[in-house]
Design a protein around this ligand. Structure first.
Ligand SMILES: Nc1ncnc2c1ncn2[C@@H]1O[C@H](COP(=O)(O)OP(=O)(O)OP(=O)(O)O)[C@@H](O)[C@H]1O
Ligand SMILES: [Mg+2]
Length: 161
């Protein structure tokens, strides 16, 4: 069930980054954030905001070709995965569990993960509402996912839809 409290609206890329940066303090090693939504929805911008919010260095770019980008130097390691070009056997062999042991994992096109990998995760579904408007709806899987939805509801940046 989608509730208005779980929906955020952003009106610029900076706004989307700020929302992600505000979520970052709630994240801990082992957490998985799955970003879903169409091309150009803002998933990479969101990942950049998470890296900034964690205090990680380095420029965040789409990991489409490298498969996984790692951002260190912050409060926790951030692993940034993009599944757009991967099929599901490849997605299974990424070593997700090992990454979760070492840090926080954010996955673009996370709906392409095997469902067993999404059983304890925060899913954020992006939709394009206009040239610079996006809505982002949170959904929690498992107990940790539900806890992170509560964190999402309580963050101050961005506006409720
Ligand atoms: N409110 C907004 N939030 C995020 N990006 C926005 C917003 N408004 C406009 N944009 C623009 O939309 C684009 C989002 O690009 P981004 O690479 O983050 O999307 P993506 O979801 O990662 O796409 P892909 O599926 O191709 O990886 C950027 O060009 C950004 O400037
Ligand atoms: Mg992207």
């Amino acid at each position: 069930m989608v509730s208005a409290a779980d929906t955020r609206r952003t009106t610029s890329p900076e706004d989307t980054e700020a929302l992600a940066a505000a979520l970052a303090p709630s994240l801990a090693e082992g957490d998985l954030v799955s970003l879903v939504g169409p091309l150009g929805a803002g998933k990479t911008r969101f990942a950049a905001g998470l890296a900034r919010g964690l205090g990680a260095g380095g420029r965040v770019r789409s990991p489409s070709f490298t498969l996984v980008n790692e951002y260190g130097g912050g409060r926790a390691m951030l692993f940034h995965i993009d599944l757009y070009r991967l099929d599901s056997p490849q997605a299974r062999s990424l070593g997700l569990e090992e990454m979760r042991q070492r840090g926080i994992v954010v996955v673009e096109w996370g709906d392409r993960l095997p469902s067993s990998d999404r059983s304890d995760a925060l899913e954020l579904a992006f939709a394009l509402e206009g040239e610079s408007e996006r809505t982002i709806v949170a959904r929690g899987y498992g107990s940790r996912g539900r806890e992170l939805v509560k964190c999402w509801r309580s963050i101050g940046a961005g506006k409720g839809a």
